[in-house]
Design a protein around this ligand. Structure first.
Ligand code: KG4
Ligand code: ZN
Length: 346
């Protein structure tokens, strides 16, 4: 069986053709980084307009590369939650239209669960049950994953997402968008011990939540002193390249301490022995090394996908294969849900 998967939750327009045994026949990703760069972040209106222009060429290219016609497909899967409303609507409308035109069943993809499932695709073997951690531009979430269609949220950020913090701090330091790769590059020559930034919520053994907004403010105060956000950029120019490298390295280490610490706590609290990490921030080399060290020390199985499966893509939409097997089809009333499901309050 063959599935067409569509991903337009944020600023990447992506489509892939995948078999039910998780063979990737094609994968196309049209990035919008160049469009959003000068704004230092994703502009929702620009993102949805770009999706409208790109969605059909991207789907056509995915089908062509997979040597597949619409009539060869068995289902269409689309990420309908969470994400930017305007962006989600473009992918969902395209998927529904193809389903009507080619008389195909429709499957829903939860974008965050798909980020975790990227580990299943990359490893080529079962990874469940596991703790799933998604760290991206819009989300920092922890899940108890008892199976590929059985995810329970157990923690998340109470303010900014980890990737968002990378993007905002990069902008404070005058580094280009997207901030994650820029901070990682700058941090390579920096001293992570020069500044001791806060590790919010890390020493709270009860909760699996993150908070990154205070950390971002701590960097801002260090750069320019307390004051208006507009004051920051000129001050950042006065920083030497070594200052910027040290700030980037110290900030990166603080974020990673929080992420690794809470992942360890989630494993400890649940007794699960497998950790699957996904999302754009999982592309960070220092984070990957720290996770590997933690896995060795604490003797758990770690899965982190290759870089192309960490950032947004349609291949991870292959999680829909599991819904297809379970008979979890959608009808044409399927809607978007921009906001993610949250962990139950304790
Ligand atoms: O998963 P993703 O592609 O899109 C969302 O669903 O948000 O994640 C994008 C985020 C951005 O905030 C970007 O700065 C961050 O992932 N990112 C990184 C790295 N590469 C991408 N963060 C830290 N280090 C990286 N190397
Ligand atoms: Zn994502």
């Amino acid at each position: 069986m063959k599935l067409l998967t569509i991903e337009t939750t944020c600023d990447e327009t992506a489509a892939a053709v995948i078999t039910d045994d998780l063979k990737v026949l094609s994968s196309v990703v049209a990035s919008q980084d160049a469009l959003h760069k000068r704004f230092g972040g994703v502009v929702p209106e620009i993102a949805s307009r770009a999706h409208v222009e790109r969605i059909l060429p991207v789907i056509d290219e995915a089908l062509r590369k997979a040597n597949t016609k619409l009539s060869d497909l068995d289902a269409v899967a689309v990420a309908n939650t969470p994400g930017l409303a305007g962006s989600l609507l473009i992918g969902l409308t395209a998927a529904k239209t193809i389903c009507v035109a080619a008389n195909l069943p429709l499957l829903a993809v939860n974008h965050l669960q798909a980020h975790v499932y990227a580990c299943r695709i990359a490893s080529g073997r079962d990874v469940f049950p596991c703790i799933g951690m998604v760290v991206s531009g819009g989300h920092s979430n922890l899940y108890r994953c008892d199976g590929p269609t059985d995810f329970t949220p157990i923690g998340g950020t109470i303010d900014d997402a980890a990737g968002e913090a990378f993007d905002k701090v990069a902008s404070l330091l005058g580094l280009p968008y997207p901030g994650g790769p820029s901070i990682e590059r700058a941090a390579r020559t920096g001293d992570p011990r020069r500044h001791r930034f806060p590790r919010p919520l890390l020493d709270d053994p009860e909760h699996l939540n993150f908070s990154f907004s205070g950390l971002k403010t701590a960097v801002r105060y260090l750069v320019s002193g307390p004051g208006k956000i507009e004051d920051v950029k000129p001050a950042a120019c006065k920083l030497s390249p070594q200052d910027i490298a040290d700030l980037a390295a110290s900030f990166q280490e603080a974020v990673i301490d929080c992420l690794v610490g809470k992942a360890e706590l989630a494993l400890q609290n649940t007794g699960y022995r497998t950790l699957c990490v996904g999302g754009g921030v999982a592309a960070n080399g220092r984070f990957r090394t720290r996770l590997e060290d933690s896995a060795k020390l604490n003797r758990y199985e770690l899965h982190v996908p290759p870089l192309a499966l960490c950032t947004d893509n349609a291949v991870m939409g292959a999680i829909a294969v599991e819904r297809l097997r379970a008979g979890l089809f959608e009808d044409l009333s399927l809607d978007i849900s921009p906001v993610p499901e949250r962990a139950a309050k304790r």
